[in-house]
Design a protein around this ligand. Structure first.
Ligand code: NAD
Length: 453
């Protein structure tokens, strides 16, 4: 094991150290998870539900501490961090309703009875990125546990602290040892072992499309189940008939939330040509008003980027030739800051309009009509989220059906609720998380025929 230091991205000061797991410890943890799976699957559904509710209560009791830890580790604003810890609690509570509801079917057959069972898979490996350490962990582990699986979870190396705390809370809540273990470490060591270890029966991966592709290829060798939540380049489509004031006032939150480090960020704003200039005028004060600063301050709306390296990557998207319409502000001094930035690409094929930036940069592009808006929105390998602003209900539905994306919102940017399904089309992912079927994604259907003659 090696000791790794965690840095506060708003101050560049050390926050804590953690032990990074080596292969030997990872294997030992997976072996313990496999042993624990034998008894966890047999815990009565009502008891499993009660234990998950206790886990939710433990998270709730620790909510402020978890939120403060995320502010220090990830630079999330305190408001967001409280929501994120609350989301873990809520997902646990919601999934606690699932053990008694994993219903099978009874299918009419001749000569007997045919029934189906939802069987747990065994050990599930959850691999988490650094951008939303708490919610993304919860979306994987809560339904997996509810379905009777045990979980090994690997947080991102930059942001392991809240996951480590959740690994303590699960024991305080009274769940048996080894049912949920947190294994901080490298993707190439711990994450890869989830892919290659035969006792891990499913990998839930959230992260870049590049790594997701490799995970899928690795899992294919064992026909291992996999859920992938990958990148995005989502479009916020503003039609001329929309409430332009509302569209412009909310567009910054739709892309700059979490400093743009959000797979659902609406990082392309497509605006109908007739209102393009008006929209840009309305957007400017909203962008300049974004309060960027100390994430621990209650009024702050945007914090820093996660690391110096990531800030350099983000800044690299704004080249000398890029037309910057305007920017917001950011603090000077220590911290990995980058201001909210609005760019006007020369063409829809410019890098800034096609690649996932994962920072506070938004590209604004014009379109002529509905057909072109749909074509532009779909002119990407990604398909995760998006927004449609119009007062025409028919158009709202037509465009919602035509945009190849897993999570859309009309006259809103809200696309994540724990009780609705979440996931991507095309190279934004595979499978769905959350929603009423969340636990089913962690089961195999078994069909049993019982002869009566
Ligand atoms: P990343 O792909 O670099 O890493 C994600 C996780 O995978 C980390 O824990 C990392 O240690 C691990 N990992 C890296 N290489 C691995 C390997 N070879 N084998 C196994 N595990 C490995 O992504 P990131 O930079 O941490 O996160 C940003 C990306 O995540 C963005 O592309 C973003 O869009 C995406 N994301 C998607 C969603 C979604 O739900 N669709 C949500 C959040 C983030």
């Amino acid at each position: 094991m090696t000791t790794v230091q965690v840095i506060n991205p708003a101050t560049e000061q050390p926050v804590a150290t953690f032990e990074s797991m080596d292969l030997e410890r990872t294997d030992a943890a997976i072996a313990r998870a496999a042993a624990a799976a034998v008894s966890w699957r047999d815990v009565a559904p009502g008891d499993r539900a009660r234990l998950l509710r206790r886990f939710a209560a433990a998270v709730d009791a620790d909510l402020e501490q978890l939120a403060r830890l995320e502010v220090a580790n990830s630079g999330h604003t305190i408001g967001n961090a409280r929501w994120e810890a609350g989301n873990v609690r809520d997902v646990l509570d919601y999934c606690a309703g699932m053990p008694e509801r994993l219903l099978g079917s009874q299918i009419p057959v001749a000569g007997g009875v045919d029934i189906t069972f939802c069987e747990p898979l065994g050990v599930v490996g959850v691999i988490v990125p650094w951008n939303f350490p708490m919610p993304i962990a919860g979306w994987g582990f809560a339904p997996a546990l509810a379905a009777g699986n045990t979980v090994v979870l690997k947080p991102a190396e930059l942001t392991p602290l809240t996951a480590i705390r959740l690994g303590e809370l699960v024991l305080e809540a009274g769940l048996p040892h080894d049912v949920f273990q947190v294994l901080p470490g490298k993707g190439s060591v711990v994450g890869q072992r989830f892919v290659t270890h035969p006792a891990v029966r499913k990998v839930v991966f959230t992260g870049s499309t590049e790594v997701g592709r490799e995970i899928m290829a690795g899992c294919a060798r064992q026909v291992k189940r996999v859920t992938l939540e990958l990148g995005g380049k989502s479009a916020n489509i503003v039609f001329a008939d929309a409430d332009l004031q509302a569209a412009a006032a909310t567009a910054p939150a739709g892309v700059f939330d979490n400093a743009g480090q959000d797979c659902c960020a609406r990082s392309r704003i497509l605006v109908q040509r007739g209102v393009f200039d008006t929209f840009l005028e309305l957007l400017e004060p909203a962008v300049r008003a974004v309060r960027v600063g100390d994430p621990a301050e209650e009024s702050t709306e945007m914090g820093p980027l996660i690391s110096a390296e990531h800030r350099d990557r983000v800044a690299g998207f704004v080249e000398d030739s890029t037309t910057v319409a305007y920017t917001g502000t950011n603090p000077s001094g220590p911290g990995f800051w980058y201001p909210p930035t609005v760019v006007l690409p020369d063409s829809a094929s410019d890098r800034v309009a096609t690649e996932e930036i994962f920072g506070p940069i938004v590209a604004v592009l014009p379109f002529e009509d509905e057909a072109e808006a749909i074509a532009l929105a779909n002119a990407t390998d990604y398909g995760l989220s998006g927004s449609i602003w119009t007062r025409d209900v028919g158009r709202a539905l037509r465009v919602s059906r035509a945009v190849e994306s897993g999570n859309l919102s009309v006259n809103s940017h809200a696309s994540v609720r724990y009780w609705t399904p979440f996931g991507g089309f095309k190279q934004s992912g595979l499978g769905r998380e959350l929603g009423p079927d969340a636990a089913r994604a962690f089961t195999e259907t078994k069909n049993v025929f019982i002869a009566t003659e």
